[in-house]
Design a protein around this ligand. Structure first.
Ligand SMILES: Nc1ncnc2c1ncn2[C@@H]1O[C@H](COP(=O)(O)OP(=O)(O)OP(=O)(O)O)[C@@H](O)[C@H]1O
Length: 246
């Protein structure tokens, strides 16, 4: 589904990525973990089509990545909702701009708003919502486009610890239902292990894939996993990879 081959990215003298080879299968959930500035967002932005690699290429569903497209929806740390539009209108903004007939997205919108726990908040404005609720609108807005892949760049990074846990559980539940292919950027080890089928650990800049670790923990998953021995063993392994000798 996703195929990075020999991808290098330079910004002038700054080399962000170095020789990235990464394949992601359809319906796989892959977390990208690494130190600040190692090129995680750059890698995601290349897949989104916001930028082009300096060397190498990226395949998506059998074709080379060109410009951004609705097949790859992006969720950022800031939900960036349109403040004058209701929850419902924010979520349906994409289909409406594309010229879809309401009959084509009405049922899907209602289902997604239910899935992210926003039933009853359809008419609320973003200013009336908590940070977690705004991110849930952002998630529904991305999913309503029925993307083939969901690209998430530290989507819960600005939330308080309790809300973050609640959002992780919500994403686990949503993913269990929809099984969309996900590339999830984070620097939170727990979050990566809890959510992903594979955790790709990157080196410091220029970013390379240091380890590609399959997370063989059963699904459906819940926050209870965070304290289980199997989970803690993965955490120890990843901490060692990120901070050798410490
Ligand atoms: N548009 C740009 N122009 C110049 N340099 C850039 C640009 N985008 C990223 N960089 C540089 O490339 C490197 C990788 O940045 P990137 O944001 O991808 O890292 P990251 O791993 O996502 O970091 P963080 O975890 O702090 O968000 C950094 O040194 C950054 O300063």
């Amino acid at each position: 589904m996703i195929d990075f081959h020999g991808v290098t990215k330079r910004y002038g003298p700054v080399q962000a990525l170095d020789g990235i080879d990464l394949r992601i299968e359809e319906a796989e959930f892959v977390a990208l973990l690494g130190p600040s500035g190692c090129g995680k967002s750059t890698l995601l932005n290349l897949l989104a089509g916001f930028e082009a690699p300096s060397e190498g290429g990226i395949g998506f569903a059998g074709a080379a990545i060109g410009r951004p497209g609705p097949d790859r929806a992006v969720v950022f740390q800031d939900a960036a909702l349109l403040p004058w539009l209701s929850v419902q209108d924010n979520v349906t903004f994409g289909p409406r701009m594309r010229g879809d007939a309401p009959a084509g997205y009405a049922a899907r919108t209602a289902e997604l708003l239910g899935l992210v726990g926003l039933q009853g908040f359809e008419d609320a404005l973003p200013s009336q919502l908590s940070g977690g609720m705004r991110q849930r609108v952002g998630l529904a807005r991305a999913l309503v486009m029925q993307p083939r892949a969901l690209l998430m760049d530290e989507p819960f990074g600005a939330l308080d610890a309790q809300t973050r846990l609640a959002m992780q559980q919500l994403l686990l539940d949503v993913w269990q239902t929809l099984r969309t292919t996900v590339l999830f950027v984070t620097h939170d080890i727990d979050e990566a292990i809890l959510l992903a089928d594979r955790v790709c650990v990157m080196t410091a800049r220029p970013g390379r894939i240091l380890r590609d670790i399959p997370i063989d923990l059963p699904r459906p998953r819940s926050l209870a996993l965070l304290t289980q021995p199997g989970f803690v063993a993965y955490k120890a392994d990843i901490m060692q990879a990120l901070h050798p000798g410490r």
